[in-house]
Every structure is written in C-alpha cells, then in structure tokens.
Write a protein that binds this ligand. Structure first.
Ligand SMILES: [Zn+2]
Length: 432
C-alpha cells in the first residue's frame, strides 16, 4: 500500500480551492508527459500535444489501439486470452509478469481490458482504505461482492485487513450463510447486490453489522440508498468506479466528489438545462494504460453548492445513468432530458404500492413494468406522466403499463433504459 497516498486520503486537507486543483493537475500532468508518455508507442509522439488536441478516445478506440497505447508492451490478444482463461476457470489471478489483467463487463456488451501495475494497485488500495477503513486500531474484515476477482482488489489485503471475495455470478442466496459467518466490518458491493442483502437483513435471513457499506459499479438511487442504510443502520458510501478508474467517491459529509486529485475531468455538456455532462478524462495516475482525452458515456449531474467537507473537487448530485439510457421527450422547445430522478419520484409518489419497476422507452413509447398493479395504478400513472411532461414542456409519450418485471439482461441492473434498437436517438439529437 502506498503510505503517502493513504495518509493524504485519510488525514490530508485535500484540495481546498479551484486554484489548488489546477496547480496540482498541471504539475501532475507535466510529470506524466515526462515519465509515462514516452513509454507508450501511441503517445510518444504526442508529448507536447495539448490535451484537447490528443486523439479523442472512447472504449472502442482504446481497445482498438490497446497494444500501442499501453506502456507495458502487452499485446491485446495475449491480454484477452489471459483474462478470458481466468474467467473460464474462475481463478482470478490473471497476470502478465507483474501486471494484472482485468476484463470489464460494460452494459453495452462491449468488453474492455484493463491493466494494473503493482504501483497502481498500491495507490488504489491506499485511497480505498484511507477513505473507508472504519477504525485503524482494529483488524477489519472486508466482504467484496463482484463479478470477477482481480489482483487489484487483492491488493487491499494486509495483516490488518482480511479480504473475502464473493462471486456474484454464483447465485446470491448461497452467499448469505458465508457472509453471516464472515461477519464483515466493511461491505462493498454493487447497488443491486446491496439492495438484495438489505432485504435479506430486514427479513432476518442475514444478521451482520458492517460499520461501512460501500456501493460500487452501479449508480445508487435515493430510495435504495435509504433502504440499505436502514437495514444496516449505517450511512451508505458510494464509489463511482469503472474500467476507467475511480471517477468519484463520497466524502465524509456523504456527497460525491469527482476524483480531481487523480485525473483532470472535463465536461461534455449533454443537457444545458441541468448541466448534465459526459466526463472527458485525462488520468495522470494511470501508468499502464494511459487514458487521455477519453470520453465516458455516463451522464453526470453536477451540484454547484460548496460541500461542508471543504473539498473543492467538483460535486456530483448524481450519476444519471448511461448516455444511451437517457429519456428524451420532445416538445415545442425541442428534446428535453427527463431525469431518471423525476421518473423515480413519480413512481414513489403513487398511492398504491407497486414494488420494484422497470421503465423502458422504445421508439416514442414508454413501457412501465411494475411488480404489483392495483385497480387505480394505471390511471394514476397516466396522470403523473402527463404532469411530468407538462413540467418539462414536452408531449407525454404513449404509455404501456404491465404487471410483472421483465427479466434483467446482463449483470448490471438498469431500472430505466432505452431499448437497444433505439440507440440512435442520442445520435439524432446531437446532429439536430
Ligand atoms: Zn464533501
């Protein structure tokens, strides 16, 4: 573990002003240009290129040029082989030399490779434990629910930290006993898994008392957050982490901040009305697989209010979801982004209990599937959708209400999404 990074995260005063952030980032970026970029065949001719003039990257382009971009001399096909073999055998120690190889899921079905050097693993472990370790005097037991184990996560283990990996592909019910026996002090899992565990805990099928509960890998809605906090009687922290690294995590005041100490994050505005943007990142801590001028397709909603914790790193009100899953309804002023939050609030405000839900936009029509549909649910829902449309000055979409949830496809739960054959909607809007 990197002791300096650990101490800085735990006790450091952090970046207290925009000027401090700028100064820190330009120093770090200059170092990155000097030390890391020359080792990348792809970037070695770009050492003096301004960030915005570097080739624009996304997951597909990164994978395409993986062999040339990485600084470890690792061939893409070899890395895929190693990672896939690890998935097949569910033996998660895929390494090429000292470099860990991981495979990301991605809801779009496109799989991304990532690499971690020992230094990157130490840094990650330092930040995570610096921020989320409950009590340094006590030995901690960390339960970690993930799709795939990885050398990155193993790096958390040390004499003071027992680390147990729970494989979410193995059926969750089977883990309840094991988790109870392990009795974690820190529980880290995707939001959907935390919701499942919170339900089990409320129903008495699980009895654990973690001091820290950390949601990773999926965005966490406010009602889920509240239910999880209630079940475990502790606040729920959030780490917004993708293959692309740790983009944001909650501060001691419970608010999400962009990780501007590690990367420069620019905003590609998608909705001027709310300030919602897709982040474009320049990561100056990533040495194995440089991420520069890299655009993510997640939509984040900023929060301009200063945070009581004192950090000047930009605050995020919420992670809205994937860009492809944004609902755009059209009105006289053109298409407007309907926040997932507004849909959630609308469903939560119904008088009849509806249970869990899925909302799918398909072409212009909206299908809302509910666990339970009461006699008045559909009429109430129609009225609410019209009300919502009025509020955003758009036309309400044709609505279909169904009882029963469709099966979730893929590993990540998406309660609100746009049907895949309509992926071009976002593109149409841009070119409009
Ligand atoms: Zn804060």
């Amino acid at each position: 573990m990197s002791i300096t990074a650990f101490l800085q995260t735990r006790y450091g005063r952090g970046l207290r002003s925009r000027a401090e952030i700028e100064a820190h980032q330009s120093r770090a970026m200059a170092r990155f240009r000097r030390r890391i970029m020359p080792r990348s065949p792809f970037y070695q001719d770009h050492i003096d290129t301004p960030l915005h003039a570097l080739p624009r990257m996304d997951k597909a382009r990164l994978m395409e040029s993986f062999t040339a971009i990485n600084t470890c001399g690792i061939d893409r096909e070899e890395a895929f082989e190693v990672a896939l073999e690890a998935e097949r055998s569910r033996d998660f120690s895929p390494m090429i030399g000292r470099v860990g190889v991981g495979l990301s899921t991605g809801t779009s079905g496109q799989r991304g490779l990532f690499l971690t050097t020992p230094r990157e693993r130490r840094l990650w472990a330092a930040i995570m434990s610096g921020r989320f370790w409950p009590d340094l005097r006590r030995r901690q037991r960390v339960a970690f629910f993930m799709r795939a184990d990885n050398a990155l996560y193993r790096s958390l283990s040390n004499p003071l930290l027992r680390f147990e990996f729970f494989d979410v592909t193995q059926g969750m019910d089977a883990h309840l006993q094991g988790l109870g026996d392990f009795d974690p002090t820190v529980l880290i899992a995707p939001a959907g898994v935390l919701s499942f565990l919170a339900r089990a805990q409320s129903e008495g099928r699980l009895a654990v008392q973690p001091q820290r509960v950390v949601s990773v890998a999926e965005s966490l809605g406010p009602s889920d957050r509240a239910a999880i906090a209630r079940a475990f009687r502790t606040q729920v922290d959030e780490v917004y982490q993708a293959t692309e690294g740790v983009l944001a995590f909650t501060c001691p005041a419970g608010n999400l901040h962009l990780n501007e100490a590690w990367m420069r994050i620019e905003r590609d505005l998608v909705d001027p009305a709310s300030g919602a943007f897709c982040p474009v990142i320049h990561d100056f801590t990533r040495e194995s697989l440089p991420l520069l001028n890299y655009r993510l397709n997640d939509v984040l909603v900023p929060d301009a209010a200063p945070c009581p914790c004192g950090s000047a790193c930009a605050r995020i009100a919420r992670i809205e979801g994937r860009e492809d899953d944004m609902l755009w309804w059209t009105g006289p002023d053109g298409p407007r982004l309907i926040p997932a939050e507004a849909i959630r609030t609308m469903l939560a405000s119904l008088d009849e209990a509806v249970g869990d839900y899925r909302v799918v936009q398909h072409a212009d029509a909206l299908t809302i599937s509910l666990e339970q549909v009461g006699p008045d649910t559909e009429a109430a829902l129609r009225a609410r959708v019209s009300e919502l449309a009025r509020q955003f000055r758009v036309a309400p979409p044709p609505l279909v209400v169904r009882e029963g949830l469709p099966p979730d496809s893929g590993f990540k739960r998406r309660r609100i999404r746009v049907a895949t054959d309509q992926m071009s909607l976002a593109e149409d809007r841009r070119s409009a």
